[in-house]
Design a binder for this molecule. Structure first.
Ligand SMILES: C[S@@+](CC[C@H](N)C(=O)[O-])C[C@H]1O[C@@H](n2cnc3c(N)ncnc32)[C@H](O)[C@@H]1O
Length: 127
């Protein structure tokens, strides 16, 4: 998935979607690929969104970089920003391992922790 692609797809479907990422580089690419859409640098550990201001949220392969002790705060931010009953979709690696990733795609040097997790009881929501 290229940066900004999901927000762009949702906008094509008529959803007023925007993107937030910790990485200024990711945001720069998203803005370049999808001019006119809203992309902002920000952290889900300090989510700066008004209470009950969004009708849904996706966090795909990003919680994997948040350490265990910060997960409750992140989920609290999501809960506060989402309207009551709004869906939240989390995508993450399933497992018990954590490791330090030192190479990005294309061999670029990086230093980022990856945390696998176990899903809780499955709840299927359809709409
Ligand atoms: C594996 S990429 C996934 C990118 C995108 N969500 C996707 O599905 O294609 C992980 C992303 O999480 C972002 N990230 C890591 N920690 C974050 C945080 N605390 N808040 C927001 N984004 C974060 C990284 O900058 C990176 O762009």
């Amino acid at each position: 998935m290229r940066s900004g692609e999901v927000a762009a797809h949702l906008n094509e479907l008529g959803v007023d979607a925007f993107g937030i990422d910790l990485s200024p580089g990711m945001i720069e690419v998203a803005r370049r690929n999808h001019p006119g859409l809203r992309f902002e640098v920000g952290s889900m550990t300090a989510l700066d969104l008004p209470a009950a201001s969004v009708g849904g949220a996706l966090a795909w392969q990003s919680l994997i970089h948040v350490p265990d002790d910060e997960i409750p705060a992140v989920l609290g931010h999501f809960h506060r920003a989402l309207r009551p009953g709004a869906p939240l979709q989390l995508l993450f690696h399933v497992g018990d391992e954590s490791w330090l990733k030192t190479q990005g795609y294309g061999g670029h040097p990086m230093k980022v922790h990856v945390h696998c997790r176990q899903p809780g009881p499955t709840r299927v929501v359809s709409w």
